[in-house]
Design a protein around this ligand. Structure first.
Ligand code: XMP
Ligand code: MG
Length: 183
């Protein structure tokens, strides 16, 4: 789906498909350098990270495995509470593995900070984070993120895996959702 297909729902285009793909290639080269000779386990966080995972995994020239987790923050509303519930756990044993968490976006950082602690407690040799987007102005906790694609303004964004009420995930780029859509 293109921006033009949902034009009235968007207030600003942030990133085109081309810009995202270029950035993912840059991140992949960094990851290849850092993990040369290693076998990686990419852990995607469902469902938003599906597109980043698909593009990043195909761009990487390293041997790798992919696994998936689904988590949900307790509490109502759009704000993350930091209390996280596992909806779907990994199938892999993390003992001795080099793990790279693949995320779509870091907002408050609460979800990822919890996930980092959880995965590190499972005996992995290392656990690092790769996120396509980060909202620096929304950070509530410091999370040590090794690979960041783009720092973006503190606005609700959709596309490239990110949804509003499960819509817009299939948008090729990333855009700010117009307030009238959720008002
Ligand atoms: P925290 O606040 O714990 O939350 O870092 C991260 C999760 O919140 C969702 N999220 C968004 N989803 N547009 C979205 O579609 C956004 O602008 C946005 N900000 C946060 C997302 O699921 C992410 O994993
Ligand atoms: Mg989401």
């Amino acid at each position: 789906m293109q921006f033009s297909d949902v034009e009235g729902d968007l207030s600003e285009v942030l990133l085109t498909q081309e810009e995202i793909h270029e950035k993912i290639a840059v991140m992949a080269r960094q990851i290849e350098t850092d993990y040369a000779g290693e076998k990686l386990l990419l852990v995607g966080v469902l469902r938003g990270a599906v597109m980043v995972m698909a593009d990043l995994a195909r761009e990487l020239t390293l041997p790798l495995e992919m696994d998936w987790m689904a988590v949900s923050s307790y509490g109502a509303g759009t704000q993350s509470s930091g209390v996280v519930r596992i909806l779907k756990d990994l199938d892999s044993d993390l003992q001795g593995r080099k793990v790279l968490i693949v995320e779509d976006i870091i907002d408050s950082g609460l979800t990822l900070s919890w996930l980092l602690g959880n995965l590190r407690s499972r005996g992995a040799e290392s656990v690092e984070i790769c996120t396509l987007l980060r909202k620096p102005d929304a950070a509530k906790v410091e999370v040590d993120v090794r690979y960041v694609g783009f720092d973006i303004p503190n606005a609700f964004v959709v596309g490239y895996g990110l949804d509003y009420a499960e819509k817009y995930r299939n948008l090729r780029g990333v855009a700010v959702l117009a307030p009238h859509v959720y008002a």
